[in-house]
Design a protein around this ligand. Structure first.
Ligand code: FPP
Length: 238
């Protein structure tokens, strides 16, 4: 067995932008959907390892509000993978004991996929290791939707403008009750946030890695955690 790369405890919440599936497929002359299938396998591997390391929350960017611009074939392929994964997760629920949450506007997904998401959320409420799937998710969209709900509550007299604080705002986001991620990992060499967890990432440490998501291994995860521990988190203090 190999030595662990980092002996320090894992962060409580890790978020990942699962990027590079398309390039991984292209390098192998495979259709992009094959890259997403390999990305789904990487997700299983990494989710398993996160649990082993004691991570309580894992948030993954599975489909963004911008990803609808891709070909119909590619979108259908990603949705099929997610559907199959959720069916499997539902049948293994008692064995795996993972809580599922979905961040994003699910109303644009197929009724079947929406139903699977709802069932997965409802049936896993009592479990405490949690995976948050960002599906039809955009950070700006999340903030706009929260603002609309707050405005509606103010208009209806349920809330006073003076009561709006950072904490209250957080409670109107998809991530209500989930602590902010300490570490956000983006593989594939790209160095941008791509509209991911804009509010929640205010003080997150970003680790960018030059590996395509389907090739992301347990060792890469541990390297990212080791890099996180090297950072000196000051939260704006001196
Ligand atoms: C980004 O890579 C990846 C996505 C838009 C889709 C991610 C979806 C999965 C990993 C499958 C989900 C299924 C499960 C079970 C979690 P990209 O296509 O933008 O890659 P590129 O930048 O190389 O083109």
């Amino acid at each position: 067995m190999r030595e662990p790369i980092c002996d320090l405890p894992a962060p409580c919440h890790i978020a990942i932008i699962m990027d590079g599936n398309g390039r991984w497929a292209k390098k192998r002359n495979l259709p992009r959907t094959a890259g997403h299938a390999a990305g789904g396998e990487a997700f299983r591997r990494i989710a398993h390892h996160c649990r082993k390391l004691g991570v309580k929350y894992l948030t993954v960017y599975a489909f963004s509000t911008e990803n609808w611009k891709r070909s119909e074939d590619e979108v259908a392929g990603i949705m099929r993978l997610l559907g199959n994964y959720l069916k499997e997760a539902l049948s293994d629920m008692e064995k795996n004991r993972v809580r599922f949450r979905f961040f994003g506007d699910l109303s644009r997904l197929s009724p079947q996929l929406q139903k699977l998401c709802r069932e997965a959320e409802e049936k896993s409420l009592d479990y405490d290791v949690q995976v948050n799937f960002c599906l039809n998710y955009g950070g700006r969209d999340e903030i706009v939707k929260a603002t609309r709900k707050i405005a509606a509550d103010v208009q209806a007299g349920r809330l006073q403008a003076e009561q709006i604080t950072e904490q209250l705002f957080s409670d109107y986001l998809y991530s209500k009750d989930v602590p902010d991620p300490e570490l956000i990992i983006r593989p594939s060499g790209e160095m941008r946030t791509s509209n991911f967890l804009l509010w929640q990432s205010a003080y997150s440490e970003y680790v960018f890695m030059d590996v395509l998501w389907p090739d992301f291994s347990e060792e890469h995860l541990e390297q990212a955690i080791a890099e996180y521990h090297k950072r000196n988190r000051r939260f704006g203090g001196a």
